[in-house]
Structure formats: structure tokens, C-alpha cells
Design a protein around this ligand. Structure first.
Ligand SMILES: Cc1ncc(COP(=O)(O)O)c(C=O)c1O
Length: 370
């Protein structure tokens, strides 16, 4: 049996005609940059996410970068963030000229440890950037308190977390700015790169809109120095077909997560395999279903031999990346180091069948029985 980590065909096949019609609409209009498709997507996502402004941009990476630029963050500033995330989180901070102040994570959720954040705040701190990693919302209340006490904004890296919620609030709607990715493997994925910045602040929204188009208020008249961070109409048209399905697709992922839990229990693997948790009040959207396991690399080879796709998110935390040498002591973040050595993402996409999940868990049981 073949169980890929992600099967985009399975999602595409039932909506193929709708997607092709949307692409044809853009081809017929011959309007490719921003324009009505992007504006319609932005309005639709504002309603879905419960925010005043949603601004389509060229990628999740650019969403983070433009959000930091809108806050005026640059050289001499510090932004506190997790040492354990996709590279863009710390990379975007560094690209503004600011220093990424790395902190360790909570072992249960892979998200920022609020106590470590409080200890990392200095008079140079200009923002805090939590990541809702794998689709699990970070524990926002303590972070909001720390940020308020320091008088700095929060930028949520919600790249993996569209539709996730914390105490009834959507990921990306709880802070000054929220940043999303539409990379194809995300729960809402484009047919290429795309991203979104959300905010409830009219002034920040205006600046993000300007910055995504070289800071021009009127063509060739530039109030700010921005970049080309525009979302294109083809991506917006595809996303508009997919967005109405997002809730059902996410529910399917959540059902699969529950089924894994039951299967791991059935196979008496709960004491060996550490499963994702869902603390009270949080809605995890399982962009990834990441377990922690002993003998991770051998298990991974065993699963590959059984036709099962897996991935390691992430093998090297930021404090051990060559490009961030000297940013923090390499032995300062034991939790992140431990998770980098033991974490393994299993297939969780909505169209995964019960038989495929049984094959995954039975293959894991077979490995530990040997
Ligand atoms: C946590 C996180 N932040 C930022 C990004 C960057 O998004 P993109 O790949 O769309 O540039 C990603 C993408 O994988 C991500 O997972």
C-alpha cells in the first residue's frame, strides 16, 4: 500500500472543473496582477477569518517581511521568536536588519514558551512573533500580556494555521498583524506561491497595501520603500474555489487525527509515540500531524520501505543554522534540540483513508515490536 505524505491529486480531482473554469475566467479577463480576483478573495477571507483587513501578497515569507516593514522594524531592533519553525520566521526578521531573539518552545505544543519570551524581552524589543506551528495555536493570552506590558505589537506567524482558533478567536486575528501562506501543501494551498496579511488596524492595512506595491500611493509616486509583494489573479482565482471547502477539509484532517489517536491506543503505542495534544480552547487544524518517537531515523527508513511518506519538521532549529551562527548559544534550547531529533510528520491530509491510516500505525507497531 502506498501512503504519500500529501496527495494533492485527491483534493484536486473533485474540484477540477471549477478550478479550470476559474483559471479560464482569468485568462479571458487578461488581468493578472491584483485586480478584482484578489479583491474578491480578500473580502471573502476577511469574513472567514473575522478580521477587518486581509491583504493578498506573494508568499507567506513576504507576508512576514511586509508585516515587519509596516511596523517600521529595522536595524537595532529585536524581535522575539521561536527557535523552532520554518526558516522564513527568523529569516524575515533578519532581512529587515533586526535581530531575531530566539527562545525555546513548549515541549507539548512545539510553540513559544511564554516564560522564556518574558525573559527575552529587552528595551530593544520591538515585536513578538509567535508561530502557530503545524496548525496548533500558540498560547496567546500570556504572550498578549507580555507584549502589552512591554508596549510592543505581536505579529502572528499563522502560515500553517488558517482556520485554527484559540478561545474562539481565529489564528491571525488576535494581534497587530497575522501572516498566512498559501504554499500548495498548506490547508488552503494555491497553485504556486501566495500569502496573506491580516489586521484590524486601518493604518497598518494601508501601509501593507502600499508596501506590497513598492510603496506607491499613485503609480510612480512612492511614499514608502516597499517591494513587489503582489498576489496574482490566477492564484486568487484558484484560492476562491478552494476556500469554501476549507472547513470540510479541516474537519476531515481533525477526524483523521482522532482516528490516529484511537489506532495508536489500540496498538498500545501511547507510551512510545508522543502524539499531538489539543489543549482546552484550542482548535488545531493539523497542517501537519507531528509525533515524537524514539529511534526516529530508523523508524522513518522502515516506513519508507513500507511505502509511507513522512517528513522531519524541522531537523535544524534556528540556533544551529549556519547563517545564524553566533545569534544564540547552541546549547541554550534543549527542548527544541530534543524535538528536532525525535519529531516525525505522518500523513494527515483529508482524503487519507482509514485503511491507509491502519497501515501507517500497524507499520509503526511492527517497527517497535522488532
Ligand atoms: C511557519 C511558517 N512561516 C512562514 C512560511 C513561509 O511561507 P511561504 O512558503 O509561503 O513563503 C512557512 C511556509 O512553509 C511556514 O511554515
Amino acid at each position: 500500500m502506498h501512503v504519500p505524505l500529501l496527495d494533492l491529486h485527491a483534493q484536486f480531482d473533485p474540484i477540477r472543473d471549477e478550478i479550470l473554469a476559474a483559471i479560464t475566467r482569468v485568462c479571458d479577463a487578461q488581468r493578472f496582477m491584483l485586480g478584482p480576483e484578489v479583491e474578491a478573495l480578500e473580502a471573502e477571507l476577511c469574513a472567514d477569518l473575522g478580521v477587518r483587513h486581509a491583504i493578498g501578497v506573494s508568499s507567506g515569507t513576504d507576508a512576514l517581511l511586509v508585516a515587519l516593514m509596516a511596523l517600521g522594524i529595522g536595524a537595532g531592533d529585536e524581535v522575539v521568536t521561536s527557535t523552532y519553525s520554518f526558516f522564513a520566521t527568523a529569516g524575515s526578521i533578519a532581512r529587515t536588519g533586526a535581530r531575531a531573539v530566539l527562545v525555546d518552545i513548549d515541549p507539548a505544543t512545539f510553540n513559544l514558551d511564554a516564560t522564556a519570551v518574558a525573559a527575552a524581552v529587552t528595551p530593544r524589543t520591538r515585536a513578538i512573533m509567535p508561530v502557530h506551528l503545524f496548525g496548533q495555536p500558540a498560547d496567546m493570552d500570556p504572550l498578549i500580556e507580555i507584549a502589552a506590558a512591554a508596549g510592543v505589537p505581536i505579529v502572528e506567524d499563522a502560515a500553517q494555521a488558517i482556520g485554527a482558533a484559540y478561545k474562539g478567536r481565529s489564528a491571525g486575528s488576535m494581534a497587530a498583524l497575522g501572516c498566512f501562506s498559501f504554499f500548495p501543501s498548506k490547508n488552503l494551498g494555491a497553485f504556486g506561491d501566495g500569502g496573506l496579511v491580516t489586521t484590524n488596524d486601518d493604518g497598518l492595512a494601508r501601509d501593507v497595501r502600499l508596501l506590497r506595491n513598492h510603496g506607491a500611493e499613485q503609480q510612480y509616486y512612492h511614499r514608502l520603500i516597499g517591494g513587489n509583494f503582489r498576489l496574482d489573479a490566477l492564484q486568487a482565482a484558484v484560492l476562491r474555489v478552494k476556500a469554501p471547502h476549507l472547513r470540510a477539509w479541516t474537519e476531515a484532517r481533525r477526524r483523521n487525527a482522532d482516528r490516529y489517536r484511537a489506532l495508536f491506543r489500540e496498538h498500545h503505542l501511547d507510551s512510545i509515540v508522543r502524539l499531538p495534544v489539543e489543549p482546552a480552547g484550542r482548535r488545531h487544524i493539523y497542517n501537519q500531524f507531528v509525533v515524537c518517537v524514539p529511534k526516529r531515523d530508523s523508524l522513518r527508513s522502515h516506513l519508507t520501505a513500507r511505502g509511507i511518506g513522512t517528513e522531519i519538521y524541522y531537523p535544524v532549529p534556528f540556533h544551529r543554522q549556519a547563517c545564524f551562527k553566533g545569534l544564540a548559544p547552541v546549547d541554550a534550547f534543549p527542548v527544541a534540540d530534543r524535538l528536532a531529533d525525535t519529531s516525525l510528520a505522518l500523513p494527515i491530509y483529508g482524503e487519507l483513508t482509514a485503511d491507509q491510516q491502519r497501515h501507517v500505525v500497524a507499520s509503526i507497531a511492527e517497527f517497535y515490536a522488532a
